[in-house]
Design a protein around this ligand. Structure first.
Ligand code: KG4
Ligand code: ZN
Length: 333
């Protein structure tokens, strides 16, 4: 089954053609980083306008690159939640138009479920598992029972982990997005130079505003003797505090839930230290998405859609968008 996937939930316009859930014939995206970086964050109105400009030419380009025709596609999949409403509407409207014009079925994709599907593009993974979805907008621990079926167990009470990276980067004058550049700097610094606090939040919840504030305003006070507050040391010490919390809570969650498998997803899943910790762990079997599928992309959406289609979970022309993470996806018996 050949599925055309469209993903416009935030600031990447992405399109993919995927067969049978895992054979990626082509995928591409147009990033809006250049548009948003002067504001140090995503401006929703600009994001929607840019999706509108980029989407149709990108669909043509991806179809051509895959060496297929639009009429050979069996279904159209689109991310409809959660995300920026204006951005989601551009993708959903285009998908409805295509589905109607081509007389093909429409499949709605939950973006959080798609992030946890990204690792399935390159790994065989048994259910259930614990997924850690970490990006600029989300820090979520959830129990995944099937493709597209999950229950959140914990989330951030304030900033998302990627957002904390982005804000520290903005303060340090390193631009947007901050994750990749702080990750690189961290590799040259000493993670024990500064005693940044790890938030003590109940169970599987997270908090990143305290760490962010400490890194921005309290570095001198938290400096360990004999160390300097260099950019590299700030990045390395921040990264250790940010990622160790993710790692420790995920392992605790997997143990308490009695689930020995962990799947990572989202832009922060590209982080070198996070990947190292989960690659080296002996406590669980960890599945990491290929780096090209960590941040927003349409291959994960089209891949997941195949499994929703197999269950007959099709959408119709009344499909709407939603900004928030659902409390629990519909669980089938
Ligand atoms: O999934 P994504 O592309 O978009 C959403 O936010 O949905 O994630 C982007 C986030 C940004 O906050 C970015 O700074 C962060 O992922 N990020 C990283 C790394 N690469 C991207 N954070 C830490 N380390 C990285 N290597
Ligand atoms: Zn995302």
């Amino acid at each position: 089954m050949r599925i055309l996937g469209i993903e416009t939930s935030c600031d990447d316009t992405a399109v993919a053609i995927v067969e049978d859930g895992a054979v990626v014939l082509n995928h591409a995206l147009i990033s809006q980083i250049d548009v948003h970086k002067e504001y140090n964050g995503v401006v929703p109105e600009l994001a929607a306008r840019k999706h509108l400009e980029a989407l149709l030419p990108l669909i043509d380009c991806v179809i051509e690159g895959a060496n297929v025709t639009l009429s050979s596609v069996d279904a159209i999949a689109v991310t409809n939640r959660p995300g920026l409403v204006g951005s989601l509407l551009v993708g959903v409207s285009a998908a409805k138009g295509l589905a109607y014009a081509l007389n093909k079925p429409l499949i709605a994709v939950d973006h959080i479920a798609a992030h946890s599907y990204a690792a399935h593009l390159t790994h065989e993974i048994a259910f259930p598992y614990i997924a850690l979805i970490v990006s600029g907008g989300h820090t979520l621990l959830m129990r995944v029972t099937d493709h597209g079926e999950y229950a959140p167990l914990g989330t951030t009470l304030d900033d998302a982990v990627g957002e904390a990276y982005d804000k520290l980067s903005k303060y340090m004058g390193l631009g947007y997005p901050g994750g990749p550049v702080i990750d690189l700097l961290a590799q040259k610094g000493n993670p024990n130079a500064i005693r940044y606090p790890k938030a003590k939040i109940d169970r599987y919840n997270f908090s990143y505003s305290g760490l962010k504030t400490a890194a921005i305003y309290q570095t001198e006070r938290l400096l360990n003797e004999g160390h300097e507050a260099t950019r590299e040391n700030i990045a390395a010490s921040f990264q250790k505090a940010a990622i160790d919390t993710l790692y420790e809570k995920t392992i605790l969650c997997a143990k308490e839930e009695g689930v020995p498998r962990v799947v990572l997803g989202g832009g922060v899943a590209a982080n070198s230290y996070l990947r190292k910790r989960f690659t080296e762990t002996e406590d669980v079997t960890a599945y990491l998405p290929d780096r090209q599928y960590t941040s927003d992309n349409a291959a994960m959406a089209a891949g997941l859609a195949y499994h929703r289609a197999k269950k007959g979970d099709y959408a119709d022309m009344r499909l709407d968008v939603a900004s928030r993470v659902v409390e629990r996806t519909a669980l089938r018996s």
